[in-house]
Design a protein around this ligand. Structure first.
Ligand SMILES: [Zn+2]
Length: 439
């Protein structure tokens, strides 16, 4: 069996001891990590593949815990609006007009390119026509959890008359994609009726999958929930039985002490999306409080329509600084931030048994980040640079399941110029008044 050796660099394993191996070799076989060891004395056997990682940080691939990759063609189409106006007046009408399988497939291809280039190896998606997103993800080589959404207020791909049958078909379509895990993603407790929400929960329970849902994103949502049900969104989810299955709660910025206690006593993980929350006028997620209570917290970008990029390293910097501002420097230290981007994010998604750290037997989802660049010199603490100096542009190699998806900044699985061309052409139809430069 042909092996792959990542030779040189500093391996940040993100194992429980936070083991760091200087001048390392990571050995990969059959898509799995076989060893992480110091290089001296290493000689690659003839015929095996080697990847030069000298001058790099070698670490687990980043995990984007909440995004909507099918929306990527709406990047920058609607800025400067608060969440509900952004959603109701701009995003939902655009999605009703354009939200078709070809839009989702191309948007996800474009997102996959950006994620591979910025070091994301797994993403947790929620969108319409998710089978088309899954196909694009599969072809890109990335790992993904694809959640087919259901929402009763937008009108796009809305199989509310036979939701469960549609979910069954969706799960069936994904069974040939080995790295893609299907999930269900009801938009929110305010966007789906009680009856349908209960059906979705029963389906998730029967299939043994998690539910991916927006929760307590802005105060308007909390107020609306209280007015309609006399409960917070978290209390409403509890009353509906949602927490009987593992739940990935996106945002959770507007939560009470009691909400956090409910989440801590169930299998709920939080994905924080700080840049989207800032941009849409939301609040700052109480990350240290969640983690103190044992609720794992991962990091997401949300969609490119509310961020407007998928760069998790810059997202992490924003997140850390927001907590400095909110609770004081040190309230979220740099090692914790890198854990949230990797092993803790994997835990929220229920896949920490296979990814999130460089440990023997885990799937080989690995990135190498160039530190031989002016903004990374000097280097006293690699975790500090990852959070406060580096960006996705510094990612040099991206590997998923032992397959090299990007080598020295060249993406190997997707035709980059073709995807960029087709995306620009599609955008001319979405917003003819846009700039649309000729390249
Ligand atoms: Zn979202």
């Amino acid at each position: 069996m042909k092996r792959l050796y990542l030779v040189g660099g500093t391996a940040l394993t993100m194992d429980p001891q936070m083991t760091l191996v200087q001048d390392s070799v990571v050995e990969v076989a059959d898509g799995k990590i076989v060893s992480v060891s110091p290089r001296p004395g290493f000689k690659a056997p003839a015929g095996d593949e080697t990847l030069n990682c000298a001058g790099s940080l070698v670490m687990p691939g980043l995990i984007n815990g909440h995004t909507h990759t099918g929306m990527t063609l709406l990047r920058g189409v609607a800025d400067d609006l608060p969440l509900m106006q952004w959603l109701m007046n701009r995003v939902f009408p655009l999605e009703q007009k354009w939200g078709k399988p070809d839009f989702v497939y191309l948007g996800t291809q474009l997102a996959a390119l950006e994620m591979i280039r910025s070091g994301t190896t797994t993403f947790n998606d929620m969108y319409y026509f998710e089978a088309d997103a899954a196909r694009a993800a599969h072809e890109s080589g990335l790992r993904a959890i694809c959640g087919q959404t259901v929402i009763e207020m937008s009108g796009v791909d809305n199989p509310t008359h036979d939701t469960i049958a549609a979910f069954e078909r969706f799960f069936d379509e994904l069974k040939d994609y080995p790295r893609i895990i299907p999930a269900v993603a009801p938009h929110s407790v305010y966007g789906v009726s009680e009856g349908l929400m209960k059906e979705v929960i029963a389906f998730a329970k029967r299939k043994g999958v998690s539910i991916h849902v927006h929760m307590a994103e802005v105060m308007d949502e909390v107020e609306e929930c209280k007015r309609r049900f006399g409960m917070t969104p978290v209390e409403k989810a509890l009353a509906l039985g949602a927490f009987e299955v593992p739940v990935v709660a996106a945002h959770a910025t507007c939560v009470t002490e009691s909400d956090m206690a409910i989440m801590a006593s169930h299998r709920v993980g939080v994905i924080t999306n700080p840049e989207s929350n800032l941009k849409l006028g939301g609040r700052i997620c109480p990350i240290p409080e969640f983690r103190e209570r044992g609720v794992p917290v991962g990091v997401g970008t949300d969609s490119t329509a509310s961020n407007n990029n998928l760069d998790l390293l810059t997202e992490a910097g924003t997140m850390a600084k927001l907590q400095c501002f909110r609770k004081g420097p040190g309230s979220l230290d740099v090692k914790s931030v890198v854990r949230m981007l990797t092993i803790e994010g994997a835990k929220v998604l229920g896949i920490d048994d296979r990814v999130g750290s460089l440990e023997v037997g885990k799937r080989a989802d690995i990135i190498a980040i160039d530190i031989n660049r002016p903004h990374c010199v000097p280097l006293y603490d690699p975790y500090s640079h990852l959070v406060y100096s580096s960006s996705g542009h510094d990612v040099r190699h991206t590997i998923v399941d032992g397959r090299v998806l990007m080598q020295d900044r060249v993406v190997t699985t997707l035709n980059e110029s073709d995807i960029l061309y087709r995306s620009r052409e599609f955008a001319k139809r979405i917003e003819p008044k846009g700039l649309h430069p000729t390249l």
